[in-house]
Design a protein around this ligand. Sequence first.
Ligand code: MOS
Length: 696
Amino acid sequence: MEDHETTPPRGAIGVARPRAEGPGKVSGRVRYAADEPLENLAFGHLVTAPVTRGRITRLDAAAVRDMPGVLAVIDHTNAPRLNPEAGSFFGPDGTLQLLQEADVPFAGRPVALVVAETWEQARRAASALPVEYAIEPHDIAFTAEHPAARPALDLFGPEAALGDPDAGLAASAVVVDERYRTPEEHCSAMEPHSATAWWDGNDLHASDSNQGPWIVAAALSALFGLDQRRVHIRAEHVGGGFGSKGLCGPQLILAVMGATLTGRPVQVTLTRAQVFLATAMRPPTDQRVMIGADADGRFQVIRHDAAFAVSPLVEYIEGCTEPTKALYAAPAIHTTLTAVPVDTVPPYSMRAPGAAPGSFALECAVDEVAERLGMDPVELRSRNEPSAGPVSGLPFSSRELTACLREGARRFGWAERDHRPRLRREGPLLTGTGVAATSFGVGAFPSSASITAETDGTFTVSIGASDIGTGARTALGAVAADTLGVEIDRIRLRIADSDLGMAWGAGGSRGTTSWAWAITEAAGLLRREKIDGRRPVTVTADTSRLLGDLMGLERHAYSAVFAEVTVDPATGEIRVRRLLGMFAIGRVVNPLLARSQVVGGMIGGLSMALHEEGVRDPHTGRQVNADFAGYHIAAHADVPDIEADFVPDHEPGIPLGIKGAGEIGNVGTAAAIANAVWHATGVRHRTLPLRLDRVL
Ligand code: MOS
């Protein structure tokens, strides 16, 4: 490689570079999954069940088959048969088993796909399709006391059972023991789920909105019984995912069915309502947190019992207790996770899964302890800083939570705060401030990467990563440049294609870490090759066998979030006036894009605190606010000045010292806002969102 060096590279990691595809996106040149300019393209439109549990008794395809443009009506009588064992690491997933039977397991379940020459013709015929149902009793009444409640799957490791809670209670001067509730929430990415699928001989091609083309190709191959080498999935540009595009989505399964039955390329795009009704949501949670502390504020016992909804169709784990096992020292820490099966669309990861609702409960309870003790909540947290994993006893890889709290408090002006509630008024408004500390687990998923040293001195770097709008493409360009030791303009990056090899998805805050690891390994292999410039040299690395090295340490990203709110006591209206987050995310690959990511996460947290709530009609079981008019998401006017910055941090044992910025931005903001609302009003609100009618 030295042959190609002319000037020493300046280093690309740590440079605030705007996203590579930005100009293409804002000028409309880049292609999303629904933008494939294919000859002979046909369009599929979903028909979804309006009933929550039942059976299709009549579906009269003949009634619409002669409508203008209609090419096919696909339902449970003529759909390709799918492999019932296909799923994900949570196990076989009935969510994927579309159009296989007459049974309806939740409102919004696709029951047919109408394929036509145009999208409008497909939609018109879909809305005219006569479908009748025998309605069966449903159960959507989620609560921790549900008779079907059972321990959650323990795929993520055991829950905490440390020490003696009774002894902890006996040693406590104050005890907080409260219930916290969060509603079902919807990912609501701007780009609706879309797929365009076509056959080329025995090869299946698709352009799909997803968070990991290789894992989606693996799931799709298993589902349709295809050789994965013949399944080619691209996700070149994706307009947000937030977790809901992490799996093989209904748009792709149905587009493949459409292409299979019509022999034409078929595009399927969900309507906004269908995105709400038929794609994964964050489950509602019902959590009990008990914290006992001595008179000096030292925690003697922490209990966190979290229940969340699941679907009978597939397992899922909302790991609400993860921060509780990482944040504070106590001689007794007990946690449980309880799954409650209800008849809703199956939940899946959404924006900091587990940690976002879990830390809302935990960090509000910590604030309530500070209130009872009359203590500064920042000081209270510092007094309970653990020297090792509070439950595991393992050393922390790097832990900069105190730095986040201290620097955040300094920038926010926390020292001025009078910790007593309901003392500040500005005209008619009550004002208050609040804080929350947070963590999110760090690690890596297996991935492969290839690098070709071309004969012209450039390098082609290929990895099945996906950029869902986070800037992953731009970050990986910098990683490739620095690990190869060349200027970034000599890197040609290819991502978002399942043909580029095994790679896990953009999720779990582990995308950049996992992909940068694979690129680093490949660059290391290339360094051992003789490169003479006469022929291209390609190397491929796979990190699957290296990830065991991550064991033995507690690895987390951290943050401290500060909020200032005003509350109008006449209307109950809460406005967030200021948000400040300090983050410890390991090495920051691109400060501009990392800041965008955590600011976006904080806005998601604000939205969770004040707005987002999926509401179901108890009689029909159907979500009644399956649109942006009824399901509120923070808009520009709701978003205050946000300050976000990073403390120096470096993750040992992970190439380049990266921890990942994906989800940590979302954790903490909801609790900081709820705590600020208490500080303003003197009233605790333990149910999200903090709606006007609840605050009054
Ligand atoms: Mo993230 S919610 O794991 O896509």
